[in-house]
Each structure stands twice: as structure tokens, then as C-alpha cells.
Design a binder for this molecule. Structure first.
Ligand code: NDP
Length: 338
């Protein structure tokens, strides 16, 4: 059973050598005798997610650290090979929390959803039809409470979550601007996802000025994926009673000393509402989300771009690629053919 494991805890920017590939001699294909509420799965796709960096640190910053030498855990799509769980039977497909390995035993799964719709790419359940989709849905509709005609800004906009938020915002009749870290991604935002405007933040020495140029009348909604200097620039450009969904702050995850925000007075004087959230808190809305997202996908009203790597051996480099922006779209690893 091939596995991807953390070799040592990380401070600063993670390196591929902080992770290792382990191959165990034995492969378990059945739930052990007497183990209740368990499934034995064959992992098909694994999701590379920024929060996993938090788990590579020794300290528990909200997410518990990974166990050294044990397979990483994270979101994936899997096939059930054996089950003692009343909701799953052999042959079922599911997405949720699994291990970074070929086969996983999942006992009393906390986050596992049976996949009922297979007329879409199965890999989408690591992205638009899985956790990133729920993140976009909860963050945009529940936290940002959008109204038609509002001005929406999304950072890290071409990624797993951002590309969905942008398309939701367009479907809601908003004016949408995104930023990303390369020309290729900026083109994707404008030409594939239908953003009204986009810019490469790496080529903008003055982010406040860049946002002023894109939003002469200010920003109503900011979908925050990046933090740091970007948040400072956004706060200066927010409109009265604007909303900020604090989804993530990827610019901070690898810093040994995290940056502060320079001027929070904008929140007071402009009556801005800023709220952090975690997708998992909203999983009770998953059926409602699917009802909306599946038709959009099937009718081509939403497109989804993935960046797919082959094989568990590519796990370490794939996971790290999201912290340098090498990924173009949702980064995932194929473990086994469907
Ligand atoms: P992405 O697919 O967007 O990949 C991460 C991207 O972030 C990179 O491609 C890169 O794009 C950008 N990035 C990396 N480092 C930096 C940096 N130092 N400064 C600015 N941008 C950087 O990931 P996701 O869509 O999965 O995640 C986006 C955000 O949403 C993250 O902050 C993540 O933590 C958060 N998140 C939160 C969830 C929640 O429940 N609250 C759930 C899922 C995600 P670029 O080329 O544009 O720089």
C-alpha cells in the first residue's frame, strides 16, 4: 500500500523532502473482523488543499498536526471495497475524508458523502462538487449575501474555490474582478470564467491603486483567499456596509511570523462586516448546493478547470505546487483509474 507521509514538521516554506513516499508490505482489502461502522476504500482521487499546510506544523493552530510517518489525511474520492457501515456497500462511490494512500480503512467516518451523480467527471467531487464547491457556496451566498449589481472582488481567483465564486457572482448579476499570479491565469479568468476584469497581482507594485483602477466606485464584496498586503489594499477600497468572507489567507500560511493588518479603522467607519468561516460547518446544505450546482454544470453555465497530476508519487510536488501558484485550476492527484 503506497502512501504519502510527512517526514518532519515544517517551519516556513515546505519542501518536497519534508514528505516521503512509503510502501507497506501488506494491503488490506477488507474491514477487519468485528470493526463496526467502517469502510475499506480504494482511493481514486486526492485533493491538494491549502489548509493541509497548517497540519504540517507541529503546533495545533486549529487543525491537528499530521502524524509523522503515517499517511496524510485529506479530501478525496474513493470506491468502497468492503463495508460494515449501514450507509455504504461494496461498489459505492464516495467523497470525503480519506488517507493519502492506495487503500484506506475509514472507521466511523465523520465527513463522507455517497456520490449519487456519476454523469459528471468523478474528479469534480474533489473540487466543484466537493469541499471547494461548498466553500464557494457557503462563503458567497451565506456570508457575502450578494445583491444584483454589486461589485465583487476575489483573490486567488483562478483556483479551486475562486473560479467557482466568480462564476456564482456573475450568475448573481454582479460585476466581478479577480486577481491571480500569472498572465495565463488572468486570461483564464476573463476568457473562460467570464470575469469582467482581472489582473496579475505580481505585476502590480501598488495593489491599492490596482483595485482603485478596477473598482472606481469601491468594492461591495471581497472573497478573501490571500490575506496580508492584499487585505490591506482591499480594506482601503471597500464601500460602506461591504462584506468580506474570510475564506483563507494563503499568503500567510508559510510565514514564520504572520503579518498584521495595517488599518482596521475601515471596518469601523465603513461599517464593514468581515466573517471567517469553514466549509464543513455548512455541509448540512450540501443537498441544496448540489441541486443548484449540478444543473449549472450540465447546462455549461459553470465551467471547472482542473490541474491533474498522475500517481501518488506526484503527491508531494502536487501538494506543494499550490503554495507557489504552479497549479492552474483545482489541483488533484489521480491515485487509480476509475
Ligand atoms: P487554489 O487552487 O487557489 O491554490 C492556491 C493558490 O493561491 C495558488 O495557485 C496561488 O495562485 C495562490 N497563492 C499561493 N501563495 C500565495 C501567496 N503567497 N500570495 C498570494 N497568492 C498565493 O486553492 P483553493 O482554491 O483550494 O484555496 C483558496 C483559499 O481558500 C486558500 O486560502 C484556502 O486556505 C481557502 N480555503 C478555505 C476553506 C474554508 O473552509 N474556509 C476551504 C477551502 C479553501 P496565484 O497564481 O493566484 O498566486
Amino acid at each position: 500500500n503506497k502512501q504519502v507521509a510527512l517526514k518532519n514538521y515544517v517551519t516556513g516554506f515546505p519542501k518536497e523532502s519534508d514528505l516521503q513516499i512509503i510502501t507497506t508490505d501488506t494491503i488490506r482489502l477488507r474491514v477487519p473482523e468485528g470493526t463496526k461502522d467502517a469502510v475499506l476504500v480504494k482511493n481514486l482521487y486526492l485533493s491538494c488543499d491549502p489548509y493541509m499546510r497548517e497540519r504540517m506544523s507541529a503546533s495545533d493552530g486549529g487543525f491537528p498536526p499530521f502524524e509523522l510517518g503515517k499517511p496524510l489525511t485529506g479530501y478525496g474520492v474513493a470506491k468502497i471495497l468492503d463495508s460494515t457501515h449501514p450507509n455504504y456497500k461494496k461498489g459505492d462511490l464516495a467523497w470525503g475524508f480519506t488517507g493519502w494512500e492506495e487503500y484506506s480503512l475509514i472507521v466511523s467516518p465523520q465527513i463522507l458523502f455517497k456520490i449519487e451523480h456519476t454523469d459528471v467527471p468523478l474528479s469534480y467531487y474533489t473540487g466543484i462538487l466537493g469541499m471547494p464547491g461548498m466553500t464557494a457556496y457557503a462563503g458567497f451566498y451565506e456570508i457575502c449575501t450578494p445583491k444584483k449589481g454589486e461589485y465583487v472582488y476575489i483573490s486567488a481567483a483562478s483556483g479551486a474555490v475562486g473560479q467557482i465564486v466568480g462564476q456564482f457572482a456573475k450568475l448573481s448579476g454582479c460585476y466581478v474582478v479577480g486577481s491571480a499570479g500569472s498572465k495565463e491565469k488572468v486570461d483564464l479568468l476573463k476568457n473562460t470564467f467570464g470575469f469582467d476584469e482581472a489582473f496579475n497581482y505580481k505585476e502590480e507594485p501598488d495593489l491599492t491603486a490596482a483595485l482603485k483602477r478596477c473598482f472606481p466606485e469601491g468594492i461591495d464584496i471581497y472573497f478573501e483567499n490571500v490575506g496580508g498586503k492584499m487585505l490591506d489594499a482591499v480594506l482601503a477600497n471597500m464601500r460602506i456596509r461591504g462584506r468580506i468572507a474570510a475564506c483563507g489567507m494563503i499568503s500567510q500560511y508559510n510565514l514564520e511570523k504572520r503579518e498584521g493588518v495595517h488599518d482596521l479603522t475601515h471596518i469601523v467607519f465603513k461599517e464593514i462586516r468581515m466573517q471567517g468561516f469553514l466549509a464543513a460547518t455548512y455541509y448540512h446544505l450540501y443537498p441544496k448546493f448540489l441541486e443548484m450546482a449540478l444543473p449549472y454544470l450540465k447546462q455549461g453555465k459553470i465551467v471547472y478547470v482542473e490541474d491533474i497530476a498522475e500517481g501518488l508519487d506526484s503527491g508531494p510536488s502536487s501538494l506543494l505546487s499550490i503554495f507557489t501558484g504552479k497549479n492552474v485550476g483545482k489541483k488533484l492527484v489521480v491515485v487509480a483509474p476509475e
